[in-house]
Every structure is written in C-alpha cells, then in structure tokens.
Design a protein around this ligand. Structure first.
Ligand code: NAD
Ligand code: DAU
Length: 352
C-alpha cells in the first residue's frame, strides 16, 4: 500500500479519490485535519476497506513510526502542508512548523523505516514530496518559464517554507540515499477547492452577490492546472520518476487574475443568471495588493513530457467549465466548508 499525507485537503483528497477509482492498492491517509482538511470530501469512500484514515501530524514521529511499522507502505506521497500565501503573511509560524519542521520529522521517520527494509524493497521505495512553482519566485512578462534548473528565489513566507522543505528532501537523498522525488506544480483548481483561494472564492462570492476581491491591478499571471491532471502527473512521477530528481508540473495555461475572474463570471452569467440581469463581473472590486505579490509564474513542464510522457488532458476552458458546474451542483459540501472558522478568516483578511 501507499501512505498519503494531507489526503483530506484539496489536492490530496482528489488524489486519494482518483487513485481508488483506478487501482486496487490501498491507501493509508494521515491528516491533521487543520481548517483545510475536510472529511466530507472523502465521504464516498467512508466504507471502502482500501482507505484507512488516520488523524495525526506529520511532525509526530511516534505516530508516523507506528503507522509505517504497521502498514509497511511501498511509497509515501507528502501533500501535507500549510498552503495559503495570505495566511502565511498574517501568521507565518505554523508554516515554519509544518512545512519545515514537520517535513524534517517526516523525513527522519521515513529514513529509519527505509533503512530497515530489505534491499529490494529499499530500491523500490519512493518518498514523493509535492511542492510548488512558488519556490522559483517571480518572472518578468517576457521571461522564459521556470525549468527544473531555475534558481530558488521564494518571496512569501509560504514559498520560503516550501523551498526549505524541498532543500531538506534533496539533502536526505544526497546524504542518506533516501529515494526521493519532488514535483513543483503551478496553481491547481477543480472540485473540493477550499474557498480561500481565488477560483472558488470568486465562484462562491459571485453566487452570494458579494464583492469579488482582486488584488492590485489584477494583471498578475498564474499558470492554471486542473487538479485531476496534477494527480495524474504525480502518479506518473511515482511510477517512472528517477530517484533524486525534481519534475515541474504545469498546465501551459497562463492567465491574468482578471481574465480568470471574467471567464468565471461569464460562465455563471450563462449557468445561473443574476436576478437583476447584470453580469457577475459587476461585482469585481479592486482591493489592496498582497504584500510581496509575485507578478508572474509560468512553468515549463517539458521534462515531464519528454521523460515520462505526461501532458495535461484539460485546457483552462474545459477545466474551468467543469469546476463551475461542480460548485453549482455541490451546495451541501459548500455549506459545510463555509461555516464557522471560514467566516473568521474572511472578516480578518478582507474586513467585514
Ligand atoms: P490544502 O491546504 O487544501 O490541504 C492541506 C492538507 O494538509 C489539509 O488536509 C491539512 O489538514 C493537512 N495538514 C496540514 N498540516 C498537517 C500536518 N502537520 N500533518 C498532517 N496533515 C497536515 O492544500 P492543497 O492545496 O491540497 O496542497 C497540497 C500540497 O500541494 C501542498 O504541499 C502544497 O504546497 C502543494 N501545492 C498546491 C498547489 C495548489 O494550487 N493548491 C499547487 C502546487 C503545489
Ligand atoms: O502556484 C502554486 C500555488 O498556487 C500553491 O503553491 C499555493 O498553495 C496555492 O495557494 C496557490 O497560490 P496563489 O497565491 O497563486 O493562489 P491564490 O488562489 O491565493 O491566488 C491566486 C492569484 O489571485 C494571486 O495572484 C493572488 C490573487 N488573488 C487571490 C485572492 C485570494 C486575488 O486577486 N484576490 C483574492 O481574494
């Protein structure tokens, strides 16, 4: 079986659901259930014997050691992290705790387990660390996209903590021989995305007739990848990636934030017209910029295509249509995630 950490979050849960729909191989899922972890997302596999959920922290060496001893996974895929840039600006400490100290502890637990495996299982074992394009910093409008050789220049506390985690993973490979893989992916979107991030926030604010906040001039560029394409890329890297290597994952879909929001508004105008007949785009409000806001990310995912034959299946146009339709048809999931602590975050960050 495989061990997934952070498998109750957005990408981790999509990965678990997709995996179990393709393979018979079971998954142990270790998640701390922070505000971003949501067992509702895993409701469809509640009674599936191939999925074992464990509530716990990657930093807790005793829990992780016991889990590894009991389930003897052939691979670990680490999704667990604090992930929201704006939260890292308000409160960086938890990002240091989970994304740096947590990874250090997870690597130490994994190394002890791996060292005790017989040689053929040691050789087949993989520790796959899921990381981000934000470690590379920002690009000018005309610069070439980031490759695996781009220097690390993280600009936010979140990006710096993920960059640190990548360095630790690399060091545990170079120094101790742990067979690691790192994936650096661009912005994901799709089902089960927590509505603190731009795309689900836009959909839900629009439907609630609330302002759609755009930071600064809205001309920042992100490369968008449908979450299921990211999950497919991770499966491919796990299967065929070379130990010790890193792989960029991206959608070849660069868009400004303003374009993304306008596309969503247009889809909603068609699917659920506003009672007053206006376009949802009239709800756009320009608000103060994010401090240290990276202007542009762009990913060259050529290595993954050349070496492992992966390319995204969705264009932004097809993926965003599926995403909007998903949110329109999953009101129950939305109601559960937008209660309680979510409101505290919204009023802390955007004001009431
Ligand atoms: P998320 O915030 O939706 O979910 C994170 C999950 O990790 C939650 O279920 C949370 O409970 C769990 N978690 C947090 N701290 C933990 C700890 N100490 N121990 C165990 N579990 C813990 O995140 P996501 O968007 O699904 O991102 C998953 C991974 O992918 C992260 O490592 C992130 O850096 C990376 N990534 C995300 C994106 C994106 O666009 N969302 C893009 C590239 C890379
Ligand atoms: O690039 C990969 C990264 O993508 C991941 O590593 C992160 O975990 C993930 O959160 C995401 O980071 P971003 O900061 O790019 O995503 P977010 O959805 O927060 O913001 C996308 C863009 O939209 C960014 O330029 C900021 C802007 N934005 C965001 C919010 C929440 C707004 O203009 N208004 C908003 O209210």
């Amino acid at each position: 079986m495989i061990l997934v950490t952070g498998g109750a979050g957005f990408i981790g849960a999509n990965f678990v659901l997709d995996w179990l729909s393709i393979y018979e191989e079971p998954i142990v899922n270790l998640d701390k259930l922070t505000y971003a972890g949501n067992l509702d997302t895993l409701a469809d596999i509640r009674n599936d014997a191939r999925h074992v959920f464990m509530h716990g922290d990657i930093a807790d060496r005793e829990t992780v050691a016991a889990l590894l001893e009991k389930y003897q996974p052939r691979a670990i895929i680490n999704f667990a992290a604090e992930t929201h840039v704006d939260r890292s600006i308000h409160g960086p400490e938890v990002f240091i705790k989970t994304n740096i100290v947590g990874i250090f502890n997870l690597l130490e637990s994994t190394l002890s387990y791996w060292k005790a495996l017989p040689p053929e299982r040691q050789a087949a074992f993989r520790f796959l660390h899921v990381s981000t394009d934000e470690v590379y910093g920002t690009l000018s409008p005309t610069a070439e996209p980031f490759t695996e050789a781009s220097p690390y220049e993280p600009n936010s506390p979140y990006a710096a903590s993920k960059a640190s985690s990548d360095h630790l993973v690399r060091a545990w490979h170079c120094t101790y021989g742990l067979p690691t893989l790192i994936t650096n992916c661009s912005n994901n979107y799709g089902p089960y995305h927590f509505p603190e991030k731009l795309i689900p926030l836009t959909i839900l604010n629009a439907l609630a007739e609330k302002p759609i906040p755009i930071y600064g001039d809205g001309k920042q560029v992100r490369d968008w990848l449908f979450v299921k394409d990211h999950c497919a890329a991770i499966r491919r890297v796990l299967e065929g990636g070379k130990a010790g290597e890193g792989y960029n994952v991206g959608g070849w879909n660069e868009k400004t934030n303003l374009d993304v929001v306008n596309i969503i508004c247009k889809l909603l105008d068609e699917a659920r017209p506003r009672p007053n007949g206006d376009s949802y785009s009239r709800l756009i409000e320009f608000v103060s910029d994010r401090p240290g806001h990276d202007r542009r990310y762009a990913i060259d995912a050529g290595k993954l295509e050349r070496e492992l034959g992966w390319r995204p299946a969705e264009s932004f146009e097809t993926g965003i249509k599926k995403t909007v339709e998903w949110y329109l048809s999953h009101q129950g999931w939305v109601d559960n995630v937008t209660s309680g602590a979510y409101h505290e975050w919204v009023s802390q960050h955007y004001g009431s």
